[in-house]
Design a protein around this ligand. Structure first.
Ligand SMILES: [Zn+2]
Length: 220
């Protein structure tokens, strides 16, 4: 099964992808992780990406697609995969079509005010990018418990220090949500028209939502 997870910042795309992947026996592929890996390993592609970001330029979609293509050719991705963080725009979706035929696009969504609370409470590992959340949200029918690391301030995966990104502070978050909607709505419309989009409303923590999400993916 070849899946894309879409959703606004803070909805938990990465978390859901990392839980659903092992349940389905397919890898979660995050372009953010891939970029970090290429740069860390100083591959030719990593050097190219670093040049763009050092100049403060966006990495061209073609470069990201090239990196993704390489990853999708690996053995563990032959049965399928979950893409998390790509595509974000129609242009990227077009490029992706040359590389893979997607079966389903899962559109995760959650109310804006809850997203803002959630993102502002996000803590990220400085080493590996793993994400935690210190907010305990009760709002209408929505209850989202925090996702705390086992040891306060340290990443479960690698032990690295957790921090609060400037990007995750409230004013910036509202701006990011606006940008996301503007950028991604055409993508949502596009996949809906193709008949492969499924909406999923998040209203609880991953523990309750993961089984429901599995049902949605497996159902016709
Ligand atoms: Zn870590």
């Amino acid at each position: 099964m070849k899946l894309i997870f879409l959703g606004p910042p803070g909805v938990g795309k990465g978390t859901y992808a990392s839980r659903i992947g092992p349940l389905m026996g397919i890898p979660q592929i995050s372009t953010g992780d891939l970029v970090r890996g290429e740069i860390k390993n100083q591959t030719p592609l990593g050097e190219k990406i670093k040049e763009y970001s050092d100049k403060g330029l966006l990495v061209p979609d073609e470069v990201i697609t090239e990196m993704l293509k390489k990853r999708l050719e690996e053995d563990d991705a032959q049965k399928g995969f979950i893409l998390d963080g790509f595509p974000r725009t129609l242009n990227q979706a077009g490029l992706l079509e040359n590389v893979a035929e997607i079966d389903q696009v899962i559109n995760l969504n959650l109310a804006d005010n809850v997203l803002v609370q959630k993102i502002s409470a996000r803590r990220i590992c400085r080493n590996c990018g793993d994400i935690y959340n210190i907010a305990d949200i009760h709002e209408g029918d929505i209850h989202m418990p925090p996702v705390l690391p086992k040891k306060e301030g340290a990443c479960d995966r690698c032990g690295g220090p957790l921090y609060h990104r400037d990007d995750d502070k409230e004013g910036v978050v509202r701006e990011r949500l606006l940008v996301y909607k503007k950028e991604t709505q055409p993508l949502i419309d596009y996949y809906r028209e193709k008949g492969i989009l499924k909406d999923f409303h998040v209203n609880a923590g991953p523990k309750q939502m993961v089984p429901k999400l599995m049902e949605l993916i497996k159902g016709k």
